[in-house]
Design a protein around this ligand. Structure first.
Ligand code: AMP
Ligand code: MG
Length: 392
């Protein structure tokens, strides 16, 4: 059995990021940038009005004073108007600032009287003017290589006129769930049988990494069924097998992998839940064997499979997001492995939820964060701890 950090390091060492590719901007959501991106255009690109109102020369304005309206500038093409002392241009949000103007008076702060306005406020230079480049300067860094494209990043790149972006590769993945007790969804369940929930879990977690499963199969606990499924599964770059990696006579994944010429790099890691975790390779396909208990499959996916997939996709940060939280209860790890406690982070407080056992799917479903308790670690209620957010 090896430690968790060593297991992760050994897995990541085996992985090289996939080749980058160019995709339409709108399809890059959740992917990782393959390039450093800098701004080609300042934002805003020109001085413009932040309000519907009047563009004025601030030094010619005082409360109660009058200005002559000499024209109108809507958002759109610059009409090349020029404002002098004693004059105003009717203007709208986003419209280019006319030459000579240095402030906008909101329409709510004037009284319009025919061709004139009376000012009901004092005006200062810069009022409600958005200056060129005040948000983003030309050549400013927008996104570093390996950072994720979020909705707002895509919007920022669109504002820069990007049509396409370069992203890291997306691995193809397969999921095999093993077990004679498993019944596929839609089938009738009999005594001693359970529905295969891990296929759904693992496919959903893969989708959260932006790499949905290309193949999802259920196979029986026999060598033939297993080797057949694995042969089909290794056509992908990543194959996740749930169940059958423990020490029982029906845990045949290891033997099946060996029979197919696979190398087993890791078997058994010192974490709870998830001890029987396996990592290996057949040809170019990375194999992750996750324990069948749903919470074990969940934790080992997040701690080992997710970082591996993110690295393949070109991500820089492979960790789950972390947040500080106040602990609601005392917690001690008396076991012999690091323990991932499932809990809910709510209003800054982390409370363990449900039974902390590896089959307990209900508690997991109510959780949103994991707290890692190291070997022998003891924490007191009200202590501030870092928790990993899994519904990132
Ligand atoms: P195993 O790792 O195959 O020894 O399975 C450990 C436990 O996880 C057993 O209680 C299995 O019934 C359960 N289990 C295995 N595979 C699945 C699955 N795909 N969905 C739900 N539970 C599973
Ligand atoms: Mg099994």
């Amino acid at each position: 059995m090896i430690g968790e950090a060593e297991a992760r390091m050994r897995i990541l060492k085996k992985i090289t990021p996939l080749p980058e590719r160019t995709v339409p901007l709108s399809t890059a959501l959740g992917c990782f940038s393959a390039r450093n991106i800098t701004a080609g255009l300042p934002l805003p690109a020109f001085d413009n009005s932040a309000m519907d109102g009047y563009a004025v020369v601030a030094s010619s304005c005082s409360k109660g004073g009058r200005l002559r309206v000499i024209g109108e500038q809507p958002a759109g093409p610059d009409r090349q108007l020029c404002v002098h002392h004693g004059e105003a241009v009717r203007i709208f949000t986003g419209a280019p600032l006319p030459k000579g103007a240095d402030a906008i008076v909101m329409q709510e702060d004037v009284t319009r009287e025919g061709n004139e306005i009376r000012l009901n406020v004092d005006v200062e230079a810069g009022d409600f003017v958005r200056r060129r480049g005040c948000d983003l300067a030309e050549d400013q860094k927008i996104l570093a290589k390996g950072e994720r494209f979020h909705a707002a990043t895509l919007a920022l790149l669109a504002s820069q006129g990007f049509v396409e972006v370069s992203i890291g590769g997306e691995p193809t993945a397969g999921v095999i769930s093993t077990g004679d007790e498993l019944v596929d969804l839609g089938e009738k369940i009999g005594p001693g049988q359970i529905y295969d929930s891990n296929s759904v879990l693992l496919n959903a977690l893969l989708q959260r990494c932006c790499a949905g499963a290309k193949l999802v199969e259920h196979c029986r606990d026999d060598r033939e069924s297993l080797t057949g499924a694995i042969k089909r599964g290794i056509k992908n770059q990543v194959l996740i097998i749930s169940g059958g990696v423990s020490v029982g006579e029906h845990d045949l994944v290891k033997e099946a992998l060996r029979e197919l010429g696979g190398e087993i790099e890791i078997w058994r890691v010192s974490i709870k839940p998830g001890k029987p975790f396996l990592f290996g390779k057949i040809d170019e396909c990375l194999i992750f064997g996750l324990p069948g208990n749903p919470v074990s499959a969940f934790v080992t996916f997040l701690q080992f499979v997710r970082p591996a997939i993110l690295k393949m996709m070109g991500a820089t940060n492979l960790d789950l997001p972390q947040l500080p939280a106040k602990l609601a209860v005392d917690l001690t790890n008396e076991g012999d492995r690091a323990h991932y406690i499932r809990g809910k982070l709510e209003q800054g407080t982390f409370t363990p939820v449900g039974r902390q056992e590896s089959h307990a799917l209900f508690g997991l479903s109510r959780s949103n964060a994991l707290l890692r308790l190291d070997l022998g670690q003891s924490l007191k209620a009200d202590e501030i701890v870092d928790v990993e957010i899994w519904n990132w």
